[in-house]
Design a protein around this ligand. Structure first.
Ligand SMILES: Cc1cc2nc3c(=O)[nH]c(=O)nc-3n(C[C@H](O)[C@H](O)[C@H](O)COP(=O)(O)OP(=O)(O)OC[C@H]3O[C@@H](n4cnc5c(N)ncnc54)[C@H](O)[C@@H]3O)c2cc1C
Length: 255
């Protein structure tokens, strides 16, 4: 069954550093009530030209979708926030950068799949700007004594954001503008592995996540089915092309 569609109004927006725009939404969030997972997300709906006005869709034309993590959800108040990475191009990013109180948009969902496994011995979170909101929520859901690593790549030191990191979790920021940075995959590959069963949440640029980090984790004995690992976007592809690539990869791996 198709997920429900919810009409939203922008309440306010705030800039979280140079490359992240937080947008607050209000609507009837009855469909969101059961979704308390760390990575819960909605699909923002646009026309294929990137307008949020779905009245402009032609007969039988389907909206273009862009997935975003749902933050600060308050179902009773009917509010939540999305942190949009301001990555340069793309109509979702442009819409968020220009959003004003009163603007209208529709979302489909939510969907979700991951919350920290509280029986795990330790945790590994890795990702980039796009995964930062979901990683923040996963960190906030950890028990006080949790151990592990959070490795997060942003553009520059000024783009780092405050995170609720338990004392036993080591936070490592990486910066794309630093020529000496190892990059996300090498940084994850260089981690000293801890004892016991690891709970893994790794998301971000698809090539990095699926073709570099995932094989490393498999080589370390992480069972991919028990881990949350996927691309959130892919360098050089708009979201429609990225999702087609993802389907092809899944089909090839199922063979
Ligand atoms: C489950 C899920 C949750 C997500 N949650 C978030 C979230 O909370 N916040 C968030 O910012 N993103 C999130 N993303 C990623 C987001 O959906 C994509 O970045 C999306 O492509 C943005 O749409 P766009 O219209 O701005 O760009 P598109 O039209 O899809 O792409 C335009 C160009 O920008 C490039 N591009 C796309 N995304 C990025 C990026 N992050 N960095 C650099 N270049 C990029 C593309 O390769 C393309 O060249 C999530 C993705 C998934 C699957």
């Amino acid at each position: 069954v198709a997920k429900p569609i919810t009409a939203l109004t922008v309440i306010t927006t705030e800039r979280l550093g140079p490359a992240m725009q937080r947008v607050w939404f209000r609507g009837d969030l009855a469909a969101f009530a059961e979704f308390d997972q760390a990575d819960r997300y909605v699909k923002l709906l646009f026309t294929p030209e990137g307008s949020p006005d779905l009245g402009q869709l032609g007969a039988g034309e389907r909206p273009a979708v862009r997935s975003y993590t749902v933050l600060e959800l308050d179902v009773a108040a009917g509010t939540f926030a999305i942190d949009f990475a301001l990555h340069g191009s793309g109509f979702a990013m442009r819409w968020a950068r220009a959003a004003q109180p009163g603007d209208a948009i529709h979302v489909q969902g939510p969907g979700s799949g991951y919350s920290p496994d509280l029986t795990a011995d330790w945790y590994l979170f890795a990702g980039d700007d796009a995964a930062l909101p979901a990683i923040r929520q996963a960190l906030a859901a950890l028990p006080a004594g949790a151990r592990g690593y959070a490795v997060i790549e942003v553009g520059a030191p000024a783009e780092e954001l405050p995170l609720p990191v338990p004392e036993g979790v080591e936070l490592r920021w990486l910066h794309r503008d630093d020529p000496a940075s190892p990059g996300l995959a090498a940084a994850v590959g260089g981690l000293r592995w801890l004892d016991g069963r690891v709970d893994v949440f790794v998301h971000g640029e698809a090539q990095t996540v699926m073709q570099q980090i995932r094989p490393q984790l498999a080589a370390r004995g992480v069972d991919a089915r028990a881990a949350s690992i996927s691309g959130y976007w892919k360098l050089g592809l708009v979201d429609e092309e990225f999702r087609a690539w993802k389907r092809e990869l899944a089909a090839a791996e199922a063979d």
